[in-house]
Design a protein around this ligand. Structure first.
Ligand code: AQP
Length: 333
């Protein structure tokens, strides 16, 4: 069976950026790729590339896992697991570092941005993050990897590494292809709409969390930064705030941006923002309800245990073959 792989870092409570750029897309993909098996994981090894409070991290791992399920993923063709519970991810990351050039890692935009933000030392874990991500994908021979816009460069590097290994040792890794959502691949900050909405943005008003109360959601959208010309049109360069709200509404309602512009072009910003707030509130309400049932049940741990076993089965086999392929250890009969 073919595989689709993706992960989310437990670096903070999930917001609508991650939801629209990634989880909502998985739900749709489960429908359109019923013949594929989905390996989705909570990328806790990625999260520690930047110092974290350990208790906060543990709490967020569980919250992200529960939110994955609360957002409507079907369990049939899904293995949901915690990355650090499958040791082959760390092992593969090291092996792939031996097939990756420093220059390639230095070119990664996300590394450059995150390193710039770091006030204390930049860890080598942050630098080699892309090889961990490459391992996450190549371990499962993923055919497709659903990613937001910001992860495209890392996936490109994963492909280069896979091709390099294949050229040297014969076809060994499946070269993965990205699946990028048409709308929602880059949801922007509500306070600085030229920047991506991010879990770790220090400005809490920049985002809407999936678990935010209704009145907070409404307040955040009503106070979202826009412009003063009063025209509702999609123009990310000159009108990033309004374009971002149109994108959010389009991704939630599955209505094209052109259609939304036609519907709202003769209204004012207040009316338009109220409509955006209504649709975000309606989208998140059932997720919050399901979340509170799941987080307080034994269902989550049982499903994560099953996911861990599934993932270990596939990943251990692949790493053993890879060790052998590149000449490590003793020759097995
Ligand atoms: N704002 C966004 N718009 C669209 N897609 C997004 N994704 C994240 N933010 C947006 C997509 O969600 C998936 C999981 O992301 P991640 O948590 O692994 O890493 P990230 O992209 O680094 O997310 P953050 O929120 O910016 O985390 P921090 O602040 O910790 O770095 C990915 O497919 C991502 O593209």
């Amino acid at each position: 069976m073919k595989h689709i792989v993706s992960g989310i870092q437990p670096t903070g409570s999930l917001n609508i950026g991650t939801y629209l750029g990634s989880i909502k897309n998985f739900v749709k993909l489960q429908e359109s790729y019923q013949d594929h098996h989905f390996f989705l994981f909570i990328a806790d090894l990625h999260a520690i590339t930047i110092p974290r409070d350990r208790l906060e991290l543990r709490k967020t791992i569980k919250e992200v896992a529960a939110l994955y399920l609360a957002c409507g993923l079907k369990k049939d063709n899904l293995s949901l697991f915690i990355q650090s519970e499958v040791e082959a991810h760390s092992q593969m990351s090291y092996l792939l570092q031996c097939f990756t050039y420093i220059g390639e890692l230095e070119r990664m935009t996300q590394f450059k941005e995150k390193a710039q933000k770091q006030e204390t030392g930049v860890t080598s874990g942050l630098f080699t993050y892309p090889t961990l991500m490459a391992g996450d994908i190549l371990l499962y021979d993923a055919e497709y990897v659903p990613v937001g816009d910001d992860q495209k460069q890392h996936l490109e590097l994963t492909r280069d590494i896979a091709i390099r290994v294949n050229n040297r040792f014969g076809d060994f890794f499946t070269v993965p292809k990205p699946l990028i959502p048409k709308v929602g691949a880059r949801i922007m900050s509500l306070t600085e709409p030229t920047k991506k909405m991010s879990k770790s943005d220090t400005f809490v008003k920049s985002r809407i969390l999936l678990l935010d109360d209704e009145n907070i959601i409404r307040k955040r959208i009503m106070s979202a930064v826009t412009d003063t010309d009063g025209i509702i049109k999609f123009d990310p360069k000159n009108k990033p705030g309004i374009s971002n709200l149109l994108t959010i509404m389009s991704a939630i309602t599955n209505t094209s941006i052109e259609q939304l512009v036609t519907t709202y072009q003769n209204t004012d910003y207040k009316t338009f923002k109220e409509a955006v707030a209504d649709c975000v509130v309606a989208e998140l309400k059932p997720i919050k309800e399901k979340y509170s049932t799941i987080i307080n049940s034994g269902e989550l741990d049982a499903f994560l245990d099953k996911g861990k076993a599934d993932a270990n089965r596939v990943a251990r086999k692949k790493i053993a073959k890879f060790n052998h392929k590149i000449g490590l250890g003793r020759k097995q009969k």
